[in-house]
Design a protein around this ligand. Structure first.
Ligand SMILES: Cc1cc2nc3c(=O)[nH]c(=O)nc-3n(C[C@H](O)[C@H](O)[C@H](O)COP(=O)(O)OP(=O)(O)OC[C@H]3O[C@@H](n4cnc5c(N)ncnc54)[C@H](O)[C@@H]3O)c2cc1C
Length: 368
């Protein structure tokens, strides 16, 4: 049986970033990914936005990881040739009530340590985004875009370069945590044991936790759908344009993204589904999707939209309930050599390098 210092379950952006963080310091780092390649699900089905950290409750793990992760992600992308751009973004108010929301966001962002926030007039907004309607906006200069698939691949490559072993088609099926090692069985990887196990299984992290008897958290998949705007209208937006965030806290709202390859993307909406593999059934109709963005981009018509793709958020809040959610990073209450990451929804892509440092510290503390 293979013996590892640490087994990481899940080869999304978070698992791969953890492997990249641990591999230079630790021998025998194993990552188990259920699918044929790393980063095939949520980590490549998202907006690819390097978030600034303005939205999240001060002091929360999301706020701290996002602000720090913003800086680290730019550094990592530059050092590892991941396509990215510091585009900045505008959050646009279309009513007096939304203008109030912008003031609250600036205050929260400053409290979280986000630099360079600036409330601007409609005239300034229109200099940058002439086709966008709005009465005021918040400019967030530290927001940017990256190619999320390439980010995951780059973390995986960095981990491999330092000797980590990444096994694909290796779905964790069985665990035996009794004793000084956690024994596992995982698809093609067969049987292994490790001194520490990190659960970074994204949408399935609650199920992996349940294998250890830890059932406190349940993940509710919440789909975000995207549509692409016809090429003839892609010029209507120059960078990133967001509405004021959904007051339920469910999502940041359907936004407009000029992608790094020049197309114009619209989305995501937020709709709970019951199946963690349901990316396509019962998509929101084109007309109602278009109506969500029409307020910001009046020239948009339903016939301009074509379905693009969708992703599933790993939400801890059940359907119908509201409220802020934080990332959960915790040792298993019964088996402290097991560390769970649960509810890593947005801004998980941006936060991955900071989550990785945090988890690496916990792993190294366990091994001394
Ligand atoms: C619509 C949408 C838009 C988003 N936009 C942004 C954004 O713009 N910016 C941002 O910062 N964040 C964004 N996010 C959030 C971000 O995409 C996620 O937080 C992040 O990708 C989560 O990464 P992960 O590694 O935790 O999960 P995943 O990418 O889901 O990776 C988990 C991996 O575990 C594997 N796995 C599951 N079960 C097992 C098992 N039993 N054995 C082995 N492997 C297993 C899965 O196959 C998967 O590859 C968005 C999310 C969504 C859904």
């Amino acid at each position: 049986m293979e013996r590892a210092n640490v087994i990481i379950v899940g080869g999304g952006v978070v698992g791969c970033a953890i492997a990249a963080e641990l591999a230079p310091r630790l021998a025998d780092v194993f990552l188990l990914e259920a699918l044929p390649r790393v980063g095939m699900v949520t980590s490549s089905r998202n907006s690819g936005v390097i978030h600034s950290g303005i939205y999240y409750a001060p002091g929360s793990l999301k706020a701290r990881c996002c602000v720090d992760g913003n800086r680290l992600t730019y550094e990592f992308c530059a050092a590892h040739d991941v396509p990215h751009k510091r585009t900045g973004k505008f959050i646009v108010a279309t009513s007096a009530a939304e203008e109030e929301q912008l003031h609250a966001l600036v205050a929260r962002g400053r409290e979280n340590g986000v630099a360079g926030l600036e409330l601007v007039t409609a005239a300034t907004l229109h200099q940058h985004e002439p086709h966008v309607a709005g009465r005021a906006a918040l400019r967030v200069p530290s927001t940017g875009l990256l190619v999320s698939e390439d980010l995951v691949k780059a973390y995986a490559a960095a981990a491999r370069r330092h000797g980590a072993y990444l096994a694909t088609d290796a779905r964790l099926e069985h665990v035996d945590p009794a004793g000084d090692f956690v024994r596992v069985r995982a698809g093609q990887a067969g049987e292994l044991e490790a001194r520490v196990l990190v659960n970074a299984a994204g949408l399935h992290a609650d199920e992996i936790a349940a294998l250890f008897g830890f059932t406190r958290y349940k993940i509710h998949p919440c789909r975000g759908e995207y549509w692409e705007v016809a090429p003839a209208k892609a010029h209507l937006v120059n960078a990133l344009v967001y509405p004021t965030p959904d007051p339920t806290g469910l999502s940041l709202g359907v936004h407009l993204t000029k992608t790094l390859w020049g197309t114009l993307l619209l989305g995501p909406n937020a709709r709970y589904v019951t199946d963690k593999n349901d990316y396509e059934r019962d998509l929101e109709p084109r007309e109602s999707f278009c109506a969500r963005a029409h307020k910001l981009l009046p020239q948009l018509r339903p016939e301009d939209l074509r379905p693009a793709f969708s992703g599933l958020r790993a939400k801890l809040t059940p359907p119908g309930k509201h409220g802020p959610e934080d990332f959960i990073v915790t040792r298993d209450p019964t088996y402290p050599r097991v560390i769970h990451l649960i509810g890593i929804d947005s801004p998980g892509l941006t936060s991955a390098p900071t989550l990785a440092r945090h988890v690496a510290k916990l792993v190294l503390e366990t091994l001394v």
